[in-house]
Design a protein around this ligand. Structure first.
Ligand SMILES: Nc1ncnc2c1ncn2[C@@H]1O[C@H](COP(=O)(O)OP(=O)(O)OP(=O)(O)O)[C@@H](O)[C@H]1O
Ligand SMILES: [Mg+2]
Length: 340
């Protein structure tokens, strides 16, 4: 095993998640929503990979498949446990499943909806340990105290209920709950989207500090490219169930090699009040994952589309080391990107 691959924590290979469309009295299957349609990527220990794209492109479903919350239609998900075992999350034995469930945790999107209003902060944060009968009594209280301190909350408030806390504090509580099982991989599904902009950066900073302290790996799901720019090492851009571009964050922002990435970038707001957007924003509707277009799925919205784009699906081509694009014209594209 090379030094590089020994550092890999997760491999997603050709992942497909299709949902049947059922209708009529006879409950016939009328078709399939190809929510995730052949997604492959890997994650290295300690890195943050952002998964971005418009609503409905399959980000959450990808995360749910990794968390074993939805059964994949095809493909493989391989996880490297703390003990160094390579295990398939899809076909692992029951005892291995419980290790995977411990080591991969979720940070929820909405800190208002995801915390039970009738549970105290102590009960919320302690819940994963209590549910698995892993700790109790004084030891449990010490562990909750430690977790609250870690996320910047005073343990004095642990007998209070969620309504007493602000959005940012609630998201800290959610992070404390995710961390109490001592996970190695966190799936953060839009973790700051429900928060005020001023609070977003505090939570992003906290996540970065925790990553360094605890050697955490993040899959950071967001529809907002400006949020992922500072936290992620690499970015994967999804469109209608497929990754259309993946690259180190700097490359995605300075030299995108897919017209869809460029369109997403041009809708990122500019801090300059004189200029609102960079123009060229996305037009048209997202393609229907139950009935995608021929060829390149992006061609009906793409300003550069030509005959080949309507006819042939582009291969996932390597533009430069670690930079892949699913565009027939990746080699000819000179897209502006975003200045730092
Ligand atoms: N349980 C389900 N049954 C049927 N269709 C589903 C189910 N879950 C998701 N889908 C469909 O799969 C596609 C991908 O959904 P998903 O929630 O993964 O997108 P997303 O990228 O997370 O979007 P958003 O930015 O809105 O959260 C959508 O067309 C959605 O309607
Ligand atoms: Mg989602």
């Amino acid at each position: 095993m090379s030094a590089d691959s020994s550092q890999t924590i997760l491999e997603v290979d050709g992942l497909k998640v299709y949902f049947p469309i059922i209708s009529g009295l006879m409950r016939k299957v009328r078709g399939q929503v190809r929510a995730v349609d052949g997604v492959s990527f890997d994650l290295r220990v300690g890195e943050t990979l952002a998964l971005v794209g418009e609503s409905g492109c399959g980000k959450t479903t990808t995360g749910r498949a990794i968390l074993q919350a939805v059964q994949p239609t095809g493909g493989r998900i391989t996880f490297m446990t703390r003990e160094g075992d390579r295990v398939s999350t899809i076909s692992a034995a029951r005892d291995v499943q419980s290790i995977i469930r411990q080591e991969i945790q979720l940070i929820f999107q909405d800190p208002f909806a995801s915390l039970n209003p009738r549970m105290t902060i102590f009960d919320i944060v302690a819940d994963p340990l209590m549910a698995n009968r892993l700790s109790r009594g004084r030891e449990l209280e010490e562990r909750v105290t430690e977790m609250l301190r870690l996320v910047g909350l005073s343990p004095d408030y642990m007998r209070r209920y969620p309504h007493a806390f602000s959005g940012g504090q609630r998201q800290r509580i959610g992070i404390a709950r995710a961390l109490i099982m001592n996970p190695r991989l966190l799936i953060a599904d839009e973790p700051v989207s429900a928060l005020d902009v001023s609070v977003q950066s505090q939570i992003l900073n906290l996540m970065q500090d925790l990553q360094e302290q605890l050697d955490l790996t993040y899959l950071f799901i967001s529809h907002d490219l400006s949020v992922v720019q500072y936290i992620s090492h690499r970015v994967a851009v999804m469109y209608v169930g497929k990754i259309v571009e993946i690259a180190p964050t700097d490359d995605i922002f300075s030299a995108p090699k897919h017209p869809y990435t460029q369109a997403l970038l041009s809708s990122v707001p500019i801090p300059d009040p004189e200029v609102r957007t960079r123009g060229g924003a996305l037009e048209g509707e997202v393609a229907d994952p139950a009935n995608p277009p021929s060829g390149c799925y992006f061609h009906p919205r793409c300003p550069m589309a030509e005959e080949i784009c309507r006819e042939t699906e582009p291969p996932f081509a390597e533009v430069s080391p670690g930079h892949f694009s699913r565009c027939h014209f990746y080699a000819d594209l000179d897209l502006p990107g975003v200045p730092e």
